[in-house]
Design a protein around this ligand. Structure first.
Ligand SMILES: C[S@@+](CC[C@H](N)C(=O)[O-])C[C@H]1O[C@@H](n2cnc3c(N)ncnc32)[C@H](O)[C@@H]1O
Length: 181
């Protein structure tokens, strides 16, 4: 994907996450965009040839915005951090950008993302390095690996979320493969 293909998005998280996603996940995959927001991630995935994408968000207003993009098959209002109303092994992959963070979706959300992803499937998410260290994500991610729930495939370099902004907020993309749900 070229930078021009995401011109106007402002922040880099969706682009970086999708770049890693496409290298691993087949185009026929059933995908959950967890915390879909206005649908930027779904839009980028669709441009890459995916067409079985489900939008989930806690906000009905955000889901309405996402609906306008015409890139999702289904829309579900749910809250990460609570039990999700999906059957075990429902998805081939989950992608979640700028959602797992302070005041949004806690580290405990990862248990449910693993449950609803089939073994062998992928979970791709962005996380601020400081949140990873200070808000229970490192402990949770390590514990899930020790319990053989998932294995780390790749973690990106740190990148500035808003390359042109003054903010010094950095993110990384984490990619895990589910071992057992
Ligand atoms: C910063 S936006 C990111 C949207 C999109 N993923 C993107 O990258 O453009 C965060 C989104 O996560 C949603 N959100 C926050 N906490 C959530 C939770 N616990 N469960 C589900 N969605 C949540 C918000 O409603 C919002 O739409």
């Amino acid at each position: 994907m070229t930078p021009t293909s995401v011109r106007g998005l402002g922040w880099l998280g969706p682009q970086r996450a999708v770049e890693l996603f496409v290298s691993l996940v087949p185009k026929a995959a059933r995908i959950l965009d967890a915390g879909a927001g206005t649908g930027l991630v779904g839009e980028l995935l669709t441009r890459q040839g995916y067409n079985n994408i489900v939008a989930m968000d806690l906000s009905s207003g955000m889901l309405e915005e996402a609906r306008k993009k015409n890139v999702y098959r289904e829309f579900h209002q749910m809250m990460m951090g609570e039990p999700l109303d999906y059957a075990t092994d429902s998805f081939d992959a989950v992608i979640s950008v700028s959602v797992l963070t302070l005041g949004h979706a806690p580290a405990s959300s990862l248990d449910e993302l693993i449950r609803i992803t089939r073994p062998g499937g992928y979970i791709v998410f962005s996380l601020r390095p400081d949140v990873y260290l200070d808000s229970g994500f490192k402990e949770k991610q390590d514990a899930l690996e020790s319990e053989e729930k998932w294995k780390l495939v790749e973690v990106s370099e740190e990148f500035k979320h808003l390359p042109k902004g003054k903010s010094d907020v950095y993110h990384r993309i984490w990619v895990y493969q589910v071992v057992s749900s």
